[in-house]
Design a protein around this ligand. Structure first.
Ligand SMILES: NC(=O)c1ccc[n+]([C@@H]2O[C@H](COP(=O)([O-])OP(=O)(O)OC[C@H]3O[C@@H](n4cnc5c(N)ncnc54)[C@H](OP(=O)(O)O)[C@@H]3O)[C@@H](O)[C@H]2O)c1
Length: 179
């Protein structure tokens, strides 16, 4: 049996991705801080969802929680926009296969003086070495944020294709929706 897939941020925008992976027969270790929300998801999905309540801002605590469950992961989907390099490196070390790293739109903010219309995904540095992949979360061309279903579908797609991807648009920056 393949090692489980790690989903960091399992109860929010990546919840539909967790459901999809479990329905596809994968075992998922789902991380969030809220143990009750993870328990609610596990009650819906059954034993293929292994809850792992942890805070990714506490690198050593996260490492202890994950390694108490399993030695390594076959793949990972990570939504940890403010994680530091130490946490990201730990996740990279624990994962034998591809990692999809969801980047919020702030990563594409134009630098002062830069052409406000220009953007090239390949100029966005990955936060860890390959096969670490980036899914940059933009907004829709109609000017709204994507739904959890849209974001999760894109994350599962990047996991399958291994291609860095921009979901939606990030230019013109002035069309970015208000938070
Ligand atoms: N384009 C963009 O830039 C962009 C990006 C993302 C989202 N959005 C929009 O914003 C909406 C809400 O997104 P959101 O960012 O608030 O995400 P969210 O849907 O609340 O998901 C965040 C997930 O990460 C977990 N989490 C948060 N902090 C954590 C920590 N320190 N350690 C471990 N797990 C942690 C949360 O669970 P716990 O709280 O239990 O820890 C939850 O499972 C989305 O539906 C989308 O429309 C836009």
């Amino acid at each position: 049996m393949p090692a489980p897939v790690l989903v960091l941020g399992a109860t929010g925008i990546l919840r539909p991705a967790v459901v999809r992976l479990v329905e596809d027969g994968r075992t998922v270790v789902g991380v969030a801080r809220s143990a009750p929300e993870l328990a609610e998801l596990a009650a819906v999905l059954g034993p293929r969802l292994i809850p792992a309540a942890a805070d990714y801002l506490d690198t050593q605590g996260l490492l202890r929680t994950l390694t108490a469950i399993v030695a390594s992961f076959s793949a990972a989907v990570v939504y940890a926009p403010v994680a530091d390099d130490e946490t990201l490196a730990v996740l990279r070390l624990l994962t034998d296969g591809p990692v999809v790293d969801l980047l919020v739109s702030e990563y594409a903010q134009p630098a002062p003086g830069a052409d406000p219309a220009a953007f090239c995904l390949s100029e966005l540095p990955a936060r860890q070495a390959a096969p670490w992949r980036s899914l940059l979360l933009g907004w829709t061309s109609e000017g709204r944020w994507h739904t959890p279903e849209e974001i999760s579908a894109a994350a599962v797609e990047v996991l399958a294709t291994g291609q860095d991807t921009l979901l939606g648009v990030v230019r013109p920056w002035s069309t970015r929706p208000a938070s």
